[in-house]
Design a protein. Structure first.
Length: 415
């Protein structure tokens, strides 16, 4: 696949799949038709020239393929009728007219194919992990390797989960669930959106440090979700968290595209509009929690953490004791190695690296480059330089991102 066609494909694949599902295709059929459209583009665009609107071309090709397949299904059903198949059975299996399906206005209150597809893929029939991997594959377009990194799982495990999830949903109508079911699926949708954002924030592999397009798409969907569910605190918290994180994107690389870590960023380059939007969404979230007399959930606490950094004009102004208290609350709700690692980093700034190092070294995070990098930083601050160098070498060996590797190599050189 040429890079240009691949770029269009990444942007359009989920929209095409969602449109075909709305038009009456099941998941397997929709994916087949979208793949057929891609093959046609690869064959024709290099020879005939690029269409004026590549996305529209792919949509037309995919829909035409769906029409062909549906018409074949109708012909088969009519042949069964001619052979005297029971009328009730025929009615149950007869495909609707594909042109009616494709031309009908099936707009609903969600109004976004990608978000609609997320609610569909987060089906209660699937285990939570299966919901996550299927949605990340279908909607975010992440590879098996990227999903494995995001979920700290083996690639073979993720591939099996995707295969099993598709098999479990075979024959299920891919229809938007009613409003009450959407609320029940909100937690899974929020989780997938944030995993999607994180893959864009720090790309797990490749030559680029970030994938801003993926961040912005996740943020767009989070805004849409918050508008769709204005009384759900988690939806407001998710928007707040992404707005605040996305505000840092302009400062996360220098003029040469090299990574710049949080405490070294020029905060004048942070997008203040996104900061204001994030703080406003966080205020709405707090109000909803207060109305229901509920304590903050995990998404709210993560947004509160991002807000502490957003309010600090300079890195040295960061309220580390407050961050540590927030991480204590988050770790109680979400006891994960990543949260524990971030808490230990906050503790190192609030109290000292000597207290944080044993906590970091006790974490089961072999293979995670930022664990080794954090350990190296603590060792360096304790003047244990040779051990710090070895920890950085571990981080370099474990990272799959080229920009990240260069950053770590530069740190090793300075050390």
């Amino acid at each position: 696949m040429t890079p240009s066609i691949e770029a269009v494909w990444r942007l359009e694949a989920r929209r095409l799949t969602g449109a075909l599902l709305r038009a009456g295709a099941d998941l397997a059929l929709a994916e087949d038709c979208v793949q057929d459209a891609l093959v046609a583009a690869m064959q024709r665009w290099p020879a005939e020239g690029w269409p004026e609107s590549p996305g529209a071309w792919l949509m037309t090709a995919a829909k035409h393929r769906l029409i062909d397949r549906m018409r074949h299904a109708q012909m088969a059903a009519r042949e069964q009728q001619a052979l005297g198949v029971d009328a009730d059975a025929r009615a149950a299996h007869l495909a609707p007219d594909p042109l009616d399906l494709l031309l009908a206005d099936e707009a609903d209150e969600v109004g976004d194919d990608a978000l609609r597809l997320m609610f569909i893929a987060c089906h209660p029939k699937l285990a939570r992990e299966a919901q996550w991997v299927l949605t990340l594959r279908l909607v975010a377009g992440l590879t098996v390797a990227q999903i494995a990194r995001a979920l700290f799982a083996k690639e073979a495990t993720i591939a099996q989960r995707i295969t099993r999830a598709k098999a479990q949903l075979a024959g299920e109508p891919f229809e938007l669930p009613p409003a009450f079911e959407r609320a029940a699926r909100l937690d899974a949708v929020c989780t997938v959106l944030y995993l999607m954002f994180n893959e864009g924030y720090v790309a797990s592999s490749g030559a680029e440090w970030m994938r801003p397009t993926l961040c912005h798409e996740a943020l767009r969907l989070a805004r849409h979700l918050a508008a769709l569910l204005p009384t759900e605190a988690d939806a407001q918290a998710l928007q707040a968290l992404m707005e605040l994180q996305a505000s840092r994107l302009p400062a996360r690389t220098d003029a040469l595209g090299r990574p710049v870590l949080l405490l070294e960023q020029d905060r004048r380059r942070w997008d203040r509009l996104l900061v204001r939007r994030g703080l406003a969404a966080l205020a709405r979230c707090r109000s909803l929690n207060a109305l229901r007399s509920e304590g903050p959930g995990t998404l709210t606490l993560q947004a509160e953490l991002a807000a502490v950094h957003a309010r600090a004009t300079h890195a040295e102004d960061t309220d580390w004791p407050h961050l540590l208290r927030l991480y204590d609350a988050l770790l109680a709700l979400q006891p994960s190695p990543v949260v524990a690692l971030n808490r230990a980093v906050a503790l190192s700034h609030a109290i000292g690296p000597a207290q944080a190092l044993p906590l970091v070294e006790a974490l089961p995070m072999t293979g995670y480059p930022w664990w080794a990098s954090a350990r190296a930083d603590l060792l360096q601050r304790l003047d244990r330089i040779e051990e710090a160098r070895e920890a950085l070498r571990q981080a370099i060996a474990w990272t799959g991102n080229e920009r990240e590797r260069v950053l770590l190599l530069e740190r090793l050189g300075r050390m």
